[in-house]
Design a protein around this ligand. Structure first.
Ligand SMILES: CC(=O)N[C@@H](C)C(=O)N[C@@H](C)C(=O)N[C@@H](C)C(=O)O
Length: 674
């Protein structure tokens, strides 16, 4: 059977949907869809409207080569978005992310406000036409004009240097500084002239973390995390409120044991949902809980404390009686409703999909959300909140046909703990025709294989005849606090033995050829692939992507050293470091790393590569021929994002597996120049 997963060209061209907003009346849904640009070397996103009733087909709203994102409805009904498209009324045609407004009544979008430094997001209030932009401003700038001048001076002189006095200095793939996050209020949104931008809290320099900010329904208050520096390069996230009229900033929740992130404000403006994340120590695993914070100054109260899951607040019911939340749960992430008075949790969606971006209709009966699973990529659905009945709305794209089937399987860890996995089986797998298999190890390690992924698509491998096992070992979310606790600080113990228990059951199946099995993982999954390499010879090949190799050096170079310092003691780092076992590795390894990976810096990949060539049981021979391979991406980060590089990634992985697992040679992509 030919599916879009058979050809990498077709696979990278599948549309990718994300995000969802609903207008105040509950009559318009807008989502974002990324597709390949004409050169097929980047993704372009466009906004699409989806009919909440399900009657009409999805309709494309925007079209430009620069793409559009950051959709947000004004209370009055117009749609805002950000785009670096040129303004037809601007003679110089400078392209920078600007704020655009698409009238609810139809017609063309027009530019609302622009700035030299661009913008990263848009916040709107539910009941008032109040808009706040999240954007970066140069640390020393005194206002928008000054910021623009300083940026120009930096650009014109070609200076890229950044002088730091604090930590962190990088984040994932971005250099931090000399600009810093700010909240810019857009003044006079509905006036006749072009609005101006007003920096709400220039005094909170460097500390506003704007990824999770929210506005109160009346638009008078903004809630955000504020990052407070601590001694020894550490930091904490405290919860703050900013009064938009007075610019006064008040700290609402702050202690050294927890980080706080704001959730939605109740419809009456009296309560804020808050996520509290316990700060870890070498002995104390992470734990996430949901709080209800009275905004009149009362004490916060934990909601759903008896529910052994980590709820993430999404929305309020309009009458304020309940919060709608999602939580990782047994290989999915369902929608639940949490009664605010009693804390009782009621599961709403019954399928095994993972839900996000939940929006509630004005009458409180219906929710709309994005969901995905290993059976389908992200799609927009309508949920009956009383019955849980869930309908797929008319989406911008159909679900792609899959080259196989999906099963839920269960193994038992050494301590008796159930270890659950998704198992993707290629078409035709049977006792008469057992198939080769891949063990895929997820990253985090706090996470779960519970949603569709484009970067690690098991269906691409299923289309090439492999079964793929996706296990959730110790440290995975969705199985209760004990599942996380039992792996904390000892990555090489229960997480490893759980994975081996799952592999034992995999190879015992009569539809799997247990002699042709490989292991693969990225990030923490790459750490574990390296650990596996040093502890067993049962796999025919190992693929390790963006992996942690030498825990003695990792903590000093990752972008979040303070986080890592709270993960293990120095002794545990040495005890659990894969590099100590280099002398035992006699499995061919494919090492993959991006130079712009600041989370797991390239030094890990470089040291692993050199160690493999110089000290593994399978070193290069005197002619320099080695069974190992190093796929290096000079301009990618922790993830391989460019479509042309994704194709190289899958092609090289497939060729390496074919050679070492199947004993077959594949032609490598011409673009590699070999
Ligand atoms: C600060 C920090 O280390 N956070 C972790 C969530 C993290 O980034 N872990 C990476 C090593 C990792 O495994 N990342 C996962 C999420 C991935 O798949 O990239």
């Amino acid at each position: 059977m030919t599916t879009p997963f058979s050809s990498l060209e077709d696979f990278v061209a599948l549309p990718r949907l994300s995000g969802l907003v609903l207008n105040r009346e509950g009559t318009r849904l807008v989502t974002s869809v990324a597709t390949l640009d004409p050169k097929k070397t980047a993704y372009q996103s466009a906004l699409w409207e989806i009919d909440p009733s399900g009657a009409e087909p999805a309709r494309r709203l925007t079209r430009s080569s620069a793409g559009e994102s950051g959709a947000a409805f004004l209370a009055g009904g117009d749609l805002l978005f950000t785009s670096a498209r040129p303004d037809p009324e601007d003679a110089d045609g400078e392209k920078r992310p600007s704020l655009w407004r698409l009238p609810a009544t139809g017609g063309e979008a027009s530019l609302l406000v622009t700035r030299e430094g661009g913008m990263s997001g848009v916040l709107t209030a539910a009941e008032a036409d109040v808009v706040v932009l999240t954007a970066d401003a140069l640390a020393g700038s005194t206002g928008e004009e000054d910021d623009a001048e300083r940026r120009k001076a930096r650009k014109d002189s070609g200076v890229a240097a950044i002088l730091h006095a604090g930590y962190p200095v990088r984040y994932w793939d971005a250099d931090l500084g000399p600009d810093e996050p700010r909240y810019l209020a857009v003044t006079d949104v509905d006036g006749d002239g072009r609005p101006t931008l007003d920096d709400l809290v220039p005094s909170a320099r460097g500390g506003l973390r704007n990824a999770h900010a929210v506005l109160s329904p009346d638009g008078r208050l903004l809630f955000s995390s504020l990052t407070v520096p601590e001694e020894l390069g550490s930091q904490r996230s405290v919860l703050v409120r900013v009064d938009l009229a007075t610019r006064e900033l008040s700290v609402l929740l702050d202690d050294r044991e927890n980080d706080y992130t704001p959730g939605p404000v109740s419809p009456d403006g009296r309560y804020l949902a808050v996520t509290r994340d316990r700060r870890t120590t070498a002995e104390l695993a992470p734990q996430s809980s949901l709080l209800l914070l009275p905004l009149d100054g009362g004490e916060p109260r934990q909601l759903a404390a008896d529910w052994d899951r980590w709820p993430s607040p999404e929305a309020w019911l309009p009458d304020g009686s309940s919060l709608v939340a999602t939580a990782d749960d047994d290989g999915g992430a369902p929608v639940v409703v949490i009664d605010v008075a009693t804390g009782a949790v009621r599961r709403v969606t019954e399928d095994t999909a993972a839900y996000s971006d939940v929006r509630v209709s004005p009458d409180g009966r219906t929710a709309y959300a994005v969901r995905s699973s290993y059976l389908f990529p992200a799609e927009v659905v309508r949920i009956d909140l009383a019955t849980g009945a869930t309908d797929r709305l008319q989406n911008p794209a159909e679900r792609p046909e899959l080259p196989g089937t999906l099963e839920r399987v269960e193994s038992v860890g050494q301590d008796g703990q159930a270890v659950k996995s998704w198992l993707v089986l290629p078409e035709g797998a049977s006792a008469d025709a057992p198939v080769p298999a891949l063990l895929w190890i997820h990253g985090g390690p706090i996470g779960s294989w519970n949603a569709w992924t484009w970067r690690w698509s098991p269906w691409v491998m299923a289309a090439r005849g492999y079964a793929v096992l996706l296990p959730d070992p110790a440290l995975s979310t969705g199985y209760g606090q004990h599942m996380v606790d039992r792996g904390w600080g000892s990555w090489g113990a229960a997480p490893y033995t759980d994975l081996m228990a799952a592999t034992d059951d995999l190879v015992a199946r009569d539809d799997i050829d247990g002699t042709r099995v490989a292991a693969m993982g990225g990030s923490f999954g790459g750490y574990m692939a390296n650990w596996v390499a040093g502890h067993t010879a049962r796999f025919a090949a190992i693929v390790t992507h963006a992996s942690l190799w030498a825990l003695d050096q990792f903590g000093g170079t990752t972008d979040a050293a303070y986080y890592w310092a709270r993960e293990m003691t120095p002794e545990a780092m040495l005890e659990n470091s894969p590099h100590s076992h280099i002398g035992s590795i006699d499995t061919p390894m494919l090492v993959i790393h991006g130079d712009k990976d600041y989370r797991v810096p390239i030094g890990e990949g470089l040291r692993l590569w050199y160690d493999l060539l110089s000290a593994s049981k399978l070193p290069a021979n005197e002619h320099g021929v080695t069974p190992h391979r190093f796929l290096y991406f000079p301009d990618e980060n922790h993830w391989i994002l460019k479509p042309q590089h994704a194709k190289i990634w899958y092609s090289v992985v497939e060729a390496f597996l074919a050679s070492n697992v199947l004993g077959e040679e594949r032609e490598l992509p011409r673009e590699l120049g070999l």
